[in-house]
Design a protein around this ligand. Sequence first.
Ligand SMILES: C[S@@+](CC[C@H](N)C(=O)[O-])C[C@H]1O[C@@H](n2cnc3c(N)ncnc32)[C@H](O)[C@@H]1O
Length: 260
Amino acid sequence: MAVLDDFDLFMENIYKYTNIDLTKYKRPQMQRRLTALRDKQGFKDFKSYFEALQKDQNLFHEFLDRMTINVSEFFRNPNRWEVVEKRLIPDVLKKQKKIKVWSAACSTGEEPYTLVMILNQFLPFHDIKVMASDIDEGAITRAKKGVYHQRSLQFVPPAYVNKYFKPLDNQQYAISDEVKKCVTFKRHNLLEEPFDNDFDLIVCRNVIIYFTEQAKDLLYTKFSNALKPGGVLFVGSTEQIFNPQSFRFTTYDTFFYQRV
Ligand SMILES: C[S@@+](CC[C@H](N)C(=O)[O-])C[C@H]1O[C@@H](n2cnc3c(N)ncnc32)[C@H](O)[C@@H]1O
């Protein structure tokens, strides 16, 4: 049997403690990030770092923060969101009146709120429901609060800024309550928990890149099963699927995959 090193044991302990399986994330990046954090806190190995994490909530939350990477922004890669607005939603609404949407790994909420703003070009608020989930409870709390620095609004069309945001002090903006009410947030671990199904659109961007090839393949299969036939998976701009047919997908547009 292979001998487990200090980091292997740490991953095993974290899994038992949190149900987060670090072995499903690409190891070099994850180990580098967590080693830097551990060193910053003055622990000489992962064994003593794990012991401390269990006793100190601040350390534990800092660890969760570092392993999750919550960077996001509204309309991230704007020309891809044009595909959603100009092609995808009109295609769906030709066939039906409502659209079932999930923002998976939604971080601090910019992505599901982007979806609501776009959907509102076609539907009244009371017909818009977006499900949004992330593994990180802290990110979800911030998403529900809905307050953002101007920086994350750089790609929001000016007319939308006026319509859907309220300026606050210190270059902060609050998303409107009407937009907020359309989104249901929940904590959900993509790698461990079952998925809802019958989605018309699943947006899962800039998280799959962190997963091992094996974890990626499992996820694509789960996403494919969670979509309706004709439903679409929208991935990040570094996350092209090279063998879409293996997951019953055809390419709908660049970074969009349609369930056959
Ligand atoms: C870089 S953010 C992407 C946010 C947004 N989708 C975007 O593209 O702007 C990655 C998010 O993935 C979440 N995440 C990491 N592992 C996850 C898992 N196993 N299940 C669900 N979410 C996860 C992190 O908490 C983080 O909020």
